[in-house]
Design a protein around this ligand. Structure first.
Ligand code: CA
Length: 236
């Protein structure tokens, strides 16, 4: 069944263009023009599979909508793609702090938007079933069972923590991962670690991965993103 995409945008022309294109791509889009309507729709008994959320809305900011979604047990897993404008007073970093999965900066191409939506949906589907025993990603190979990693056929020895970090990055590939999210997933928020710890470990992991380290992109001031496909960078 086609995925339901909720577009939250008060600029009617833009919302209609996006909706039209998503429909052409086989999705089932619907449009609301305010944060309140968005929350109501998402909390209904037919929540969307993904939300395209504009940052600047007439009633409440997109960041607040996102924050509220992330707090609700029923809505916390619904992926959010944020629309931002270069002129927005709120830094896009804030979007990730409140739990957006990705962002697109206006003006954007609809093609770019569709690619991002597909990537996010693929990840969230991949997150549901049991994980595969091994994974090949370009020159990188992971053996989940044995906790082993190879780069260009040569085994790389990682600590248990480094393996968990890599696994988390790979598992959520194509999505922006803030240091906070990584702390949650990898360190499970043990009290004495800080976001600086994340940077230190990513640096060590990159060094060990050598040529495969290019798959881990740094989003300055935000966090990290593992490429969705080998050689395909996330930035438009
Ligand atoms: Ca707007």
């Amino acid at each position: 069944m086609a995925e339901q995409i909720l577009i939250v945008e008060d600029e009617a022309d833009l919302a209609q263009t996006v909706a039209f294109n998503l429909e052409q791509e086989g999705f089932r889009p619907s449009v609301v023009a305010s944060g309140a309507e968005a929350l109501e729709r998402i909390r209904s008994d037919q929540p969307p599979d993904l939300v395209v959320l504009d940052l600047m809305l007439p009633d409440i900011p997109g960041t607040e909508v996102c924050r509220q979604l992330r707090q609700g047990p029923e809505t916390r897993r619904i992926p959010v793609l944020m629309l931002t404008a270069k002129t927005d007073p709120i830094d896009r970093v804030v979007g990730f702090e409140v739990g957006a999965d990705d962002y697109v900066t206006k003006p954007f191409s609809v093609r770019e938007l569709v690619l991002r939506i597909r990537a996010i949906l693929r990840r969230s589907e991949a997150g549901a079933p049991a994980e595969p025993e091994s994974l090949r990603f370009g020159i990188l190979k992971l053996d989940y069972e044995g906790h082993r990693v190879w780069v260009e056929g040569a085994e790389v020895v990682l600590t248990a923590l480094e393996f968990r970090l890599l696994k988390t990055l790979v598992h959520r590939r194509g999505r922006v991962q803030t240091r906070e999210v990584l702390l949650n997933h990898v360190w499970e928020m043990s009290g004495d670690v800080t976001t600086r710890t994340v940077d230190t470990h990513v640096r060590r992991l990159r060094k060990k991965l050598g040529a495969a380290s290019i798959y881990i992109e740094t989003l300055r001031g935000v966090g990290y993103r593992f490429q969705s496909e080998p050689g395909k960078t996330g930035e438009p």
